[in-house]
Unconditional design. Structure first.
Length: 492
């Protein structure tokens, strides 16, 4: 290979010292053609470039090789063949040449293809209050001692570059509504245009160009905040490049090293604080003399004023079991006893569940995100206690429940009584007037009476044979009767 140093020696020998081309070629042992090219080179270097590549063996198989390379390029990356495998496939079609010729051709083919598909982009510029961008990302944190993948909602104002991030357990539609409401409340306004990808919680159908069939509830949210939604071209993330870039910045600066918190509330409080401190410390990419937060403060006057919270729920229909429970998303939630036997509407919010029947609220709970959990409200079961008072003892809704004084007294008495475990299965209309007179007159003191007492009439428990089994004092009635009387009289 002709070096720059050799080219310089040739040029000085001929142009300065006047040595002939033949003499230079003989002394440096190069061809006279090379000497002439070196003398003609004004840049001090030259390269050999082959204009036509002869393909003595591959020439008749170029079409097959092009087809194999095209098919290989369309496969998923992990399923693509190596060039050696492509060469073996080509040999199966009759090619008798070596691997190097195939490798060189494939390299040239790939460079030509890359040059054809390379795209150029135009930088975007937005006036104040014109647009915001929304996207999701998945981050890894430690919540309550467990490594958890959280879904982070990103909102970014395009003019000021002000950011807002919030973590959620999922990317459901109610999470989208909550993220928008909290972001607009934080910004104290919203931009005129919202730029999204084609997420299923917002877009039901994709048509030609920018035409989209948006979800009805998503359109209701945009109408509430006076926002015009616009979805990007599928697989064209550069159309919302600001928020795409924000995902990488937040992952590197907010979530590294791995965060550890006890709950989502603590995590989101930390993220909100980091959004403000990051904006106050970062220079605006276009207005270098100002920070992002300073430009955001100036942009606020151009935003559409915040119009209050949107009722961002996702509705579904469910049935009520005989235990006053409604199943949703792998968990169960209690409702009022009067709702049993008829369907209910479950309004799902980001952090709570509201259950309605005929427009009236019959249950409301904090949302559970685990599996096989049950959320009880003991007050939903109070009407049932009038008929099944023994449930105060072992009823799951009443565990660890601080009762009113009168009900707590009944529960203590039921806890110490055998009847407490059985009264919820006794007919509340069963009483001593149905049988005790017969027992006293005909079978008093007999073993059958004592068996009847133990099995059917709890007020006789503990009595001695030959003594009266009826105590008429008001405070010594059977626990079931006491519970019924208390539930009728005590204020709820």
């Amino acid at each position: 290979m002709m070096t720059v140093e050799t080219i310089g020696r040739i040029r000085r020998a001929h142009l300065v010292e006047g040595e002939s081309i033949r003499g230079i070629a003989r002394r440096l042992r190069v061809s006279r053609q090379v000497v002439r090219r070196a003398i003609a080179s004004e840049t001090g270097e030259f390269h050999y470039e082959r204009n036509v590549q002869p393909l003595p063996k591959l020439g008749t198989h170029v079409a097959n090789l092009n087809r194999l390379l095209e098919e290989n390029e369309r496969r998923q990356r992990r399923e693509r063949l190596t060039l050696i495998r492509v060469w073996e496939e080509l040999r199966g079609l009759g090619y008798e040449g070596g691997y190097d010729a195939v490798r060189r051709y494939a390299r040239r083919w790939q460079r030509a293809r890359d040059a054809q598909v390379a795209e150029a982009y135009v930088p975007l510029s937005f006036p104040p209050g014109a647009a915001y961008q929304f996207d999701w990302s998945h981050e890894v944190v430690v919540l309550a001692g467990m490594t958890t993948v959280v879904k982070v909602a990103h909102v970014r104002l395009c003019y000021s570059r002000m950011l807002f991030v919030r973590a959620y357990p999922r990317e459901a539609q109610e999470m989208v509504f909550d993220a928008h409401d909290r972001a607009f409340s934080f910004f104290k306004g919203t931009a005129k245009l919202g730029i999204y990808d084609n997420m299923k919680t917002a877009v039901d159908g994709i048509f030609v160009g920018k035409e989209r069939a948006y979800n009805r509830r998503f359109q209701a949210m945009c109408s509430h905040y006076l926002v015009e939604p616009r979805a990007c071209t599928p697989a064209a993330g550069w159309e919302k490049g600001q928020v795409e870039n924000q995902v990488g910045v937040v992952r590197q600066r907010f979530f590294s090293p791995r965060l550890k918190f006890k709950s989502y509330a603590e995590l989101n409080a930390y993220l909100l604080d980091r959004c403000v401190t990051h904006a106050q410390a970062s220079a605006h990419p276009e207005q270098k003399e100002k920070t992002v937060f300073e430009v955001f403060e100036a942009e606020r006057i151009a935003l559409i004023p915040y119009r209050g919270s949107f009722d961002g729920f996702r509705a579904t229909v469910a049935s009520v079991s005989k235990t006053c429970l409604v199943s949703f998303d792998g968990n169960k939630y209690s409702v009022m006893a009067k709702a049993v036997g008829r369907p209910v509407d479950v309004y799902v919010y980001a952090e709570r569940i509201v259950i309605r029947q005929d427009g009236a609220v019959v249950g409301e709970h904090a949302r559970r995100f685990g599996r096989h959990q049950t959320a009880f409200d003991p007050w939903h079961y109070v009407p049932v206690l009038a008929r099944k008072p023994g449930a105060l003892r072992n009823g799951a809704p009443f565990k660890d429940w601080t009762l009113p004084g009168s009900l707590e007294k009944v529960r203590r008495k039921l806890t110490g009584s055998y009847d407490g475990g059985q009264a919820d299965g006794i007919d509340p209309h069963w009483g001593p007037h149905r049988w005790s007179s017969r027992c006293r007159s005909r079978m008093s003191g007999s073993p059958r009476v004592r068996h009847c007492q133990r099995r059917h009439h709890p007020e006789h428990l503990g009595s001695q044979p030959g003594t009266s089994t009826i105590d008429t004092r008001p405070d010594s009635r059977e626990p079931a009767a006491q519970a019924r009387a208390t539930l009728r009289l005590c204020p709820l």
